[in-house]
Design a binder for this molecule. Structure first.
Ligand code: SF4
Ligand code: SF4
Length: 303
């Protein structure tokens, strides 16, 4: 089983399009494929594949810290331990100390910055922090069986019995979605083992933050999708740097290759000694199909 991530740093460069086309390509070759949409804040592969997200297959829970003031001795160890800066100790002293209360302030937890890593309740010497489970997302599983209707040229047939889509959706308003992505990926890899999949394709979010790192870790290959624009080049640099740091092999796919200036992208590819695997030209036909929620499997198959 091979795990391939489709990433690229910049948003809107065609990551999801490439991911769906690549999945289709493998399915046509008779492979068993799982496409896992790891862009949990705004997944869209299901739209491109004409699917509906009906009943979740699984709910995702994350544990967050809950302070037990009766046990807390205000030592500040949890504050020093938290790498997400999600805990702080207010400086000002309370004017009146209640009976049994030690001087100093209780730590304050900033829920939006917390990743639920559990370091604070592991280090607290007084067991004053308790983990509290909260629902943070859902996982949907679709067996793709109506690819044909999504193909603009209806005479094209696609084998459709070996194609599954896994979609992760984070709870609205959740700031730290890295743990949700990690659980969606874990579910996809377990499911892949169960059905003996040949490929797991991970369609990542834009950027190089925690949710993207969670998707890319331990992949066999990353396709960095980019475009020949200054922003495309800037974000390509970041994603290639990240892949180098986490030691995953990467290849570049240059989308809309006939627009803009390719020189910057070529320079970056040379700097990192990475191949531009494929150039996909801009085409009005592709844009038109995309605007209707369709994909031209025939014209832009990823070889
Ligand atoms: S480590 Fe425990 S006792 Fe110390 S401040 Fe944090 S919660 Fe309170
Ligand atoms: S669970 Fe982790 S991120 Fe959240 S407050 Fe505790 S140490 Fe910080």
């Amino acid at each position: 089983m091979k795990t391939i991530a489709i990433s690229g740093g910049k948003g809107g460069v065609g990551k999801s399009t490439i991911a769906v086309l690549l999945a289709n390509r493998f399915v046509k070759k008779g492979k068993r494929v799982i496409l896992c949409d790891c862009d949990v804040e705004c997944p869209n592969d299901y739209l491109l594949l004409g699917q509906k997200l009906k009943r979740p297959e699984k709910k995702i829970y994350t544990e967050f810290p809950k302070l037990n003031k009766k046990k807390c001795k205000k030592c500040g160890l949890c504050v020093k331990t938290c790498r997400s800066n999600a805990i702080f100790l207010p400086r000002s002293e309370p004017k009146v100390l209640l009976r049994g209360q030690v001087p100093g302030q209780y730590p304050i937890f900033i829920r939006d910055l917390c990743s639920g890593c559990g370091a604070c309740w592991s280090v607290c010497p007084h067991k004053a922090i308790e983990p509290k489970k909260e629902e943070t997302g859902k996982i949907y599983l679709n067996k793709i069986s109506n690819l044909k209707s999504q193909i603009s040229k209806p005479n094209l047939k696609s084998q459709n019995s070996n194609f599954w889509l896994i979609t992760g959706v984070a709870k609205a308003g959740l700031e730290e979605t890295g743990p949700v992505v990690a659980k969606v990926k874990e579910f996809a890899l377990d499911f892949a083992k169960k059905i003996k999949a040949d490929y797991v394709l991970l369609d990542t979010a834009a950027g190089t933050h925690c949710p993207v790192i969670s998707s890319l870790m331990n992949c066999d290959l990353v396709y960095a999708v980019t475009e020949p624009t200054p922003m495309g080049a800037h974000d390509l640099n970041l994603i290639l740097d990240l892949c180098k740091k986490i030691k995953v092999p990467v290849k570049i796919i240059l989308n809309q290759a006939n627009l803009g200036d390719k020189t910057r992208i070529k320079k970056i590819a040379k700097k990192y000694k990475i191949k531009i695997e494929r150039e996909i030209p801009w085409s009005k036909e592709i844009v038109k199909a995309y605007s209707k929620g369709q994909l031209l499997f025939s014209t832009c198959d990823v070889k």
